[in-house]
Design a protein around this ligand. Structure first.
Ligand code: FAS
Ligand code: PHB
Length: 391
C-alpha cells in the first residue's frame, strides 16, 4: 500500500491531522493499534481552548460541540475559606469550552469516516523504517496476522507517549527533558449534576482537588493522591469525603452534591518534551512529542496546535515542493510547547501540596496574589484560555 502521509495513531492528533491534510489536498492513511471503540471511549481531557474551537469551526467540526459543549468565562481558584472567580473575558482573554475528549474523538472519527479516510485499526507490531530517506515506510501486522507495508512520502507520529515514533528518532539526534511530580490524580466520573457553574481548582492542606464536568448531568472531579496509589484503596465514600473537605463543602453556603461514581482511575503527573519534533521524513505531533500535567488543561489543545501548524507545512512540501514551513515546524511548535509546559508546571506547583510548610506558604502567597492582582490574574487567564494557534 502507498500514501502521501502515513500517520501512526488515531487519537485526536492523528484524526485531526488527516482531516486538515485532506483539506489541503494531501491524502493520508492512519495506522492505529487499538479498536475505534477503545480510542473513542478513553476518558481524558475536558477543556478546549478558544483557538481549538475556532479551528474546529473553520473545518466544519464544531456542530455538536456548539450544541452540547459548554462555554465558560473563567474558573474559580480556592484555598481554605476563600473562593475567587477569575473571569477570563473581563481580564482580556478568551472563553474556554467544556467538551470531553471522548466527544472530540467521536466527532473526528465520524468526520473521517464520512470522508472515506483509510484507518487501519488493531494494527500490531507497528514499526517505522527509512525515516532518513525520502521513501519512508511503516510495517505492521493486520488483524488476520498478515505482515503489511505502507509506503509514504512522510510519516507523522501521533502515537502518544508510548508509541514507536518517539523512539524511532536516533538517540544522538534527540534531546529530552522530563520531570515526574511527587503526586498523582485520582479522577472520577459521576452521574450527578455539577455543584458549580465553572471549574473549581482548590488548594488544601490535605491535597489539591478539581471540580470539573462533562455535561449538566455528569461531573468530573479529581483529588491529589500519592504516587503509586491503588484506586481500590479509595472507596466512593472516601473519594466524596476528600472532595467535600478540599472543595469547601458547607463553607459560605456552598454544598458539594455527591452521586454514583461510574469511572475512577489514577493518573500520574509528569512533564516531558522531546526536541526536535522532526527527524528526516518523520514528524511528531501531540503526546508523541510532549506531555504536560493536566492542571493547565493543555495536553489536548497542544496536540491540536501541533497539527494546525504541521498540516499546511506538509501540504506546502508535498503539493508545492516548498520545504520551508516543514523545516520551521519543530522550532515553531516547540515555542508553544515550552510556553504550555511552563504554565502547566506553574499551575501544578501552585496547587499541589507536599510536606514542606515553607512551600505551602509560598503557594498561598501566590494564590492570594493571583486572586487579588489584575496583573497576576491576567497572566493566568491569558495562558489558561490559550494563545493564538500560530504563537
Ligand atoms: P493520544 O495518546 O490521545 O493518541 C495516541 C494514539 O496512538 C492512541 O489512539 C494510541 O492507541 C495510538 N498508538 C499508541 N501506540 C501505537 C502503536 N504502536 N501503533 C499504532 N498506534 C499506536 N489533557 C488535558 O488537556 N486535560 C486532561 O484532563 C487530560 N487528562 C488525561 C488523562 C490521561 C489518563 C491521559 C493519558 C492524558 C490526559 N490528557 C489530558 C492529555 C491527553 O488529553 C492528550 O494530550 C491527548 O490525548 C493527546 O492526543 P494525541 O497526541 O492524539 O495522543
Ligand atoms: C477535565 O475536565 O477532565 C479537566 C479539566 C481541567 C483540567 C484537567 C482536567 O485542568
Amino acid at each position: 500500500m502507498r500514501t502521501r502521509v502515513a500517520i501512526v495513531g488515531a487519537g485526536p492528533a492523528g484524526l485531526l491531522l488527516s482531516h486538515l491534510l485532506a483539506a489541503g489536498g494531501v491524502e493520508s492513511v492512519i495506522v492505529e493499534s487499538r479498536t475505534r471503540e477503545y480510542v473513542e471511549a478513553r476518558i481524558r481531557a475536558g477543556i478546549l481552548e478558544h483557538s481549538t474551537v475556532d479551528l474546529f469551526k473553520s473545518v466544519g467540526l464544531d456542530e455538536r460541540l456548539q450544541r452540547e459543549g459548554d462555554e465558560h468565562r473563567g474558573i474559580y481558584l480556592q484555598y481554605p475559606g476563600e473562593r475567587h472567580h477569575l473571569d477570563f473575558v473581563d481580564l482580556g482573554a478568551h472563553t474556554v469550552w467544556v467538551y470531553g475528549q471522548t466527544e472530540v474523538t467521536k466527532d473526528l472519527g465520524a468526520a473521517r469516516e464520512a470522508a472515506g479516510q483509510q484507518i487501519v485499526y488493531e494494527a500490531a507490531n507497528v514499526a517505522l523504517h527509512d525515516i532518513e530517506t525520502e521513501r519512508p515506510f511503516l510495517t505492521y501486522t493486520d488483524t488476520g496476522g498478515s505482515p503489511q507495508r505502507l509506503d509514504a512520502d512522510v510519516i507523522v507520529g501521533c502515537d502518544g507517549s508510548f508509541g514507536p515514533s518517539r523512539a524511532a528518532v536516533p538517540q544522538h539526534a534527540r534531546q529530552t527533558w522530563e520531570r515526574t511530580y511527587p503526586f498523582s490524580w485520582l479522577g472520577i466520573l459521576a452521574d450527578v449534576a455539577p455543584s458549580t457553574d465553572e471549574l473549581i481548582y482548590a488548594w488544601h492542606p490535605d491535597g489539591f482537588a478539581l471540580h470539573s464536568m462533562r455535561s449538566p448531568q455528569v461531573s468530573r472531579l479529581y483529588v491529589q493522591v500519592p504516587n503509586g496509589t491503588d484506586v481500590a484503596d479509595w472507596s466512593d465514600e472516601r473519594i466524596w469525603a476528600a472532595l467535600a473537605t478540599r472543595l469547601g463543602d458547607g463553607e459560605n453556603g456552598w454544598r458539594l452534591t455527591p452521586g454514583p461514581i461510574t469511572e475512577k482511575s489514577v493518573l500520574p503527573m509528569r512533564s516531558f518534551v522531546m526536541a526536535p519534533m522532526r527527524h528526516g521524513r518523520l514528524f511528531l505531533a501531540g503526546d508523541a512529542a510532549h506531555i504536560v500535567p493536566p492542571t493547565g488543561a493543555k495536553g489536548l489543545n497542544l496536540a491540536v496546535a501541533d497539527v494546525a501548524l504541521l498540516a499546511p507545512a506538509l501540504s506546502a512540501l508535498l503539493t508545492r515542493n516548498d520545504p520551508r514551513p516543514a523545516d520551521e515546524y519543530s522550532d515553531r511548535a516547540l515555542r508553544r510547547v515550552w510556553r504550555c509546559t511552563h504554565f502547566s508546571w506553574w499551575m501544578t506547583s501552585m496547587l499541589h501540596t507536599g510536606e514542606d510548610p515553607f512551600d505551602a506558604q509560598l503557594q498561598l502567597a501566590q494564590l492570594r496574589w493571583v486572586t487579588s492582582s489584575e496583573a497576576g490574574a491576567g497572566g493566568l487567564a491569558e495562558n489558561y484560555a490559550g494563545l493564538p494557534i500560530g504563537f
